[in-house]
Write a protein that binds this ligand. Structure first.
Ligand code: RRO
Length: 291
């Protein structure tokens, strides 16, 4: 199941979706066991911003019949402490490391990329232009011209692969993907969460502290499949497909739709080893399809 992605040789095509698996916390709980059976072929960090952030007020989660809504709002320690505290630990993971970043302006993204570029442990950078939970989060990923300008600014700053994480909250994701490709993206990943909301059954007021949030899990799987399919027909870039993947069959569908890699996200909250089962089921399905 080895796969080549942006020059990285991966043991299999299953990675994690940003923000859905805390490898440092998992290491504290599982110790060496985590490294022996590491569930992902590459590890993607939670989004890092330039300045530290508290995130959105609680409540931050709402469970759905087929997934959940999150309104986390990018809590993180900021790039300085990420580089000082987390990067050395994450660099010891047994798989290539992808750092996901988000800035509130082109200059901020440029600074984040420039700060990560010197670190050999960072094998690729994912640009999150699609967070639904902060006011300006969607601007860059929803506007092809803005995305082009962003990539023109940051592409010259690093030779590392730049993966652009696309939002599903646009009319035509293929157009956005095309502009990412034309402006020098190395790959695209999709989908981020779909904007949704829930009401408190007692008060009728929005449940989430951030009012709206991002829907993920099996509820969005068919949307992810359609968008990966559309983007695969629009660009020649490698695609990381994600959205509600829970079993080998879901992963196979995304690969058949044109993805090179598949990411597991929400399923890891229920079972931190979910991606391992997805990868072994996928291996069986691929072996069968070769017979
Ligand atoms: O932190 C979040 O609220 C968040 C982010 Br950065 C994102 O990209 N997608 C999402 O559903 N939540």
């Amino acid at each position: 199941m080895t796969v080549s992605f942006c020059g990285l040789e991966l043991a299999h095509p299953v990675i994690n979706a940003s923000g859905t698996f805390d490898a440092i916390a998992a290491e504290r709980v599982f110790g060496n066991q985590l490294h022996e059976g590491f569930p992902f072929a590459a590890f993607v960090t939670k989004t890092v911003t330039l300045a530290p952030r508290q995130g959105n007020p609680p409540p931050r989660l709402w469970e759905l019949p087929a997934g959940m809504i999150n309104s986390i709002g990018l809590p993180n320690k900021g790039i300085d402490r990420f580089v000082a505290d987390d990067l050395p630990r994450l660099s010891y993971l047994p798989v290539p490391l992808v750092v996901n970043v988000m800035g509130f302006s082109r200059d901020e993204v440029a600074e984040l990329v420039a700060r990560l570029d010197p670190h050999d442990g960072v094998r690729a950078i994912e640009l999150n232009v699609s967070c639904p939970n902060v006011k300006t989060g969607l601007v860059m990923g929803a506007d092809p011209r803005e995305l082009t300008a962003l990539l023109a600014r940051v592409r010259p700053l690093t030779a590392k692969p730049l993966i652009v994480k696309l939002t599903p909250n646009v009319a035509d994701v293929a157009t956005v993907a095309r502009s990412a490709e034309a402006a020098g993206a190395s790959a695209v990943s999709l989908i981020n969460t779909l904007r949704g909301m829930a009401l408190d059954p007692d008060t009728g007021e929005p449940w989430l502290g951030g009012v709206t949030g991002g829907v993920s899990g099996p509820a969005v799987r068919a949307v992810a499949l359609a968008q990966v399919h559309a983007v695969a027909r629009a660009v020649d870039l490698p695609i990381v497909g994600m959205g509600g993947v829970e079993c080998g069959r879901d992963a196979l569908d995304l690969l058949r739709a044109g993805a090179t890699l598949v990411a597991v996200g929400t399923a890891s909250f229920r079972d931190p080893a979910a991606a391992s089962s997805v990868a072994s089921e996928l291996e069986q399905l691929l072996a069968q399809s070769l017979l």
